[in-house]
Structure formats: C-alpha cells, structure tokens
Design a protein. Sequence first.
Length: 111
Amino acid sequence: MTNRHSPGHRDANEKTIIDVLDNYHIDYIKLHEGAGADLLVLLNPMELWEVKNNEQPPSKRTLTPLETYRQAYCGMKHIPYRVIETAEQAAEILGEHLREAPRDHERNNEW
C-alpha cells in the first residue's frame, strides 16, 4: 500500500487542476514535499493551493498537521490558502479572480 505522504507522491487529480491553470494561462510552482501545500499559484495576490483527491473518502482528505499549520499561518498573514478538490472548483476560483482583476486597459499606468 502506498503512503500518500511519501516523498514525490502527488494527488491523482492534481494533473486535471494543473490543466485548468494552464488553460487560464496562470503560472504556478509545484512545491516540494514538506511545504504544507502543493502549488503556489502566481495570481495577485499569490495563493497556496493544497490539492485533495475528491475520490478519496473524507477521512483521507483531511489536512495533515503541517498543512493545518500552513493554512493558519497564511490566514494570519492574509495569504489565500485554498483546498482544491476538483478541476471545476479551480476553474470557478480562477474565473472569479479574473472577473475581479483590473483589466490592462482599466489600469492607471502611473507608477
């Protein structure tokens, strides 16, 4: 039986979530084991995404102690930390973010 927390193991649905990021042309960084999240999503502001496989029972989708710590730390620093389970959830979040983001032609170009 594979330990889901073993080094190098990624959740099975991470590829579909990354496909959504790619389709929206959003850059991201896959984080290393022990970071407390799976992806650093390069939005403004940047967000940490923890991918959980929604095909697993709820007991296997709970945050680890490290992930819980990282989520709390991000909350104190006002850094978005999201638990993403489906590609649809990722698309909804990105769609909302892009609707709220100022368009290039709407920005004031003064520094």
